[in-house]
Ligand binder design. Structure first.
Ligand code: SF4
Ligand code: SF4
Ligand code: SF4
Length: 292
């Protein structure tokens, strides 16, 4: 009975804009965001664009999905933390397509691995974008994203509630992004004051270089999307604005960079605290080991 009432309520609710509207909005807005980021460090101009990227309207945190953390547990722990978060929220909307990869017309990574919207506001997203998902569907989506080598970005940025007509604090996104197409992750080098700090590393997630293994080839320096790796005395040094995305860990030919996590509990708690700090997303308590 309760379900019928809820379904009835949902069928009556007003949705935000449909897929075609958002595709056009992205097409028109893409150059502005791209050049806004590129110009975000140019004197004078940077203060004009500051409001569009300033905190707290532009907050992103990352979890690499497919990096094994050898100690203290031998599982792909970051991925499990993402899945644990999914069991702790009631509403998950999965987008049928990645708007950025669609915009760039690439097929690898697949366009069909879209973002996830979390929270009650997800039910206001127009059904032409995708659908409300079961927890099993959400888990499969995370697995597909990990297999495609994507990074999970937790995003709470003003553009999403504007695009989907939801309240700012009621919606969070987990986006499954690559380095070449994602509007969040690209054009981030030499960014200005409003973009510095938008990407926040979860405190319990550390990226460390083993100087004995590092040969100073510079591959990680070139590939870090935040340009925050330097070579000092022929060894890579991770900068303070590292977002913990894990790309340099995957890319180093000598396996000289490692991701370190204190434990699953601490990382999950970091993530929950980060989400509570930027949104009003209701999160249930989920015990370790209780995943379906
Ligand atoms: S933010 Fe990431 S997952 Fe979302 S549309 Fe862009 S690349 Fe795709
Ligand atoms: S990619 Fe690896 S070996 Fe090359 S500079 Fe970076 S840490 Fe050192
Ligand atoms: S230093 Fe490595 S983990 Fe940190 S942001 Fe750059 S690529 Fe990602």
């Amino acid at each position: 009975m309760m379900n019928l009432v809820q379904q009835n309520d949902r069928s009556k609710q007003k949705y935000g804009p449909g897929r075609n509207f958002v595709i056009w909005a992205v097409r028109l807005g893409w150059p502005f965001i791209k050049f806004g980021k590129i110009l975000s460090n140019v004197p004078l101009i940077k203060w004009l664009i500051y409001p569009f990227f300033m905190r707290p309207y532009n907050e992103i945190s990352s979890i690499p999905l497919n990096i094994e953390v050898p100690n203290p547990e031998s599982v792909v722990l970051p991925r499990r933390v993402v899945q644990r978060l999914l069991t702790a929220v009631d509403d998950i909307f999965i987008f049928d397509e990645c708007i950025c990869r669609r915009h760039n017309n690439v097929s690898v990574p697949p366009q069909t691995i879209g973002c996830m919207a979390l929270g009650p506001a997800g039910s206001r997203i127009h059904p032409s974008h995708g659908k409300m998902a079961t927890i099993e569907e959400a888990f499969r989506h995370v697995d597909r994203a990990a297999e495609a080598g994507l990074v999970a970005n937790f995003a709470h940025v003003w553009i999403d509630p504007v695009a989907f007509h939801t309240r700012f604090h009621d919606l969070m996104f987990i986006c499954y992004c690559d380095d070449k197409n994602c509007l969040y992750r690209t054009y981030m080098k030499n960014r200005g004051p409003s973009l510095k700090g938008a990407y926040q590393r979860l405190p319990g997630l550390l990226v460390v270089v083993d100087p004995d293994k590092c040969e100073g080839c510079g591959t990680c320096k070139e590939q870090c999307f935040l340009a925050d790796i330097s070579l000092v005395g022929g060894k890579a040094v991770i900068g303070r604005s590292c977002a913990g995305c894990g790309r340099c860990v995957e890319i180093c030919p000598n396996k000289a960079i490692a991701l370190k996590i204190k434990n699953e509990e601490a990382l999950f708690e970091d993530l929950v605290q980060w989400i509570k700090g930027v949104s009003h997303l209701p999160i249930k308590s989920v015990q370790k080991g209780s995943l379906p």
